[in-house]
Design a protein around this ligand. Structure first.
Ligand SMILES: [Zn+2]
Length: 105
């Protein structure tokens, strides 16, 4: 019983830590991209260590192809698609991969 509670608390703490690391990375990406990358690597390691799924709000910022961290206007482009389907196109500046996100039909 106590072990279960402990595990839950550890996961909560780990999630908080990941959230903080991502925030720090976002603040530092313009000033010091290498430091930001280190923060991201650390956040990933925590995720693997405690088997946590990264929240959806954060997974948007990762490139689906090269798995690098991309921030709008810094190392990724965001464009609105203008066809029948309303969508957002997110382009990674590292590998050029385009990720479509459909808003509405
Ligand atoms: Zn990429």
């Amino acid at each position: 019983m106590t072990i279960l509670i402990l595990k839950k608390n550890i996961r909560k703490l780990a999630l908080e830590r990941i959230d903080l690391l991502i925030k720090y990375a976002m603040f530092n990406v313009k000033l010091d991209p290498k430091l930001a990358e280190q923060y991201i690597v650390r956040a990933r390691k925590i995720c693997m260590r405690y088997r946590i799924k990264i929240p959806y709000e954060i997974t948007i910022f990762f490139c689906k192809k090269c798995k690098c961290f991309m921030i709008p206007c810094v190392n990724s482009k965001i464009r609105i698609g203008g066809s029948k389907l309303k969508s957002i196109r997110i382009t990674c500046n590292f590998c050029g991969h385009i990720y479509h996100k459909i808003i509405s039909k």
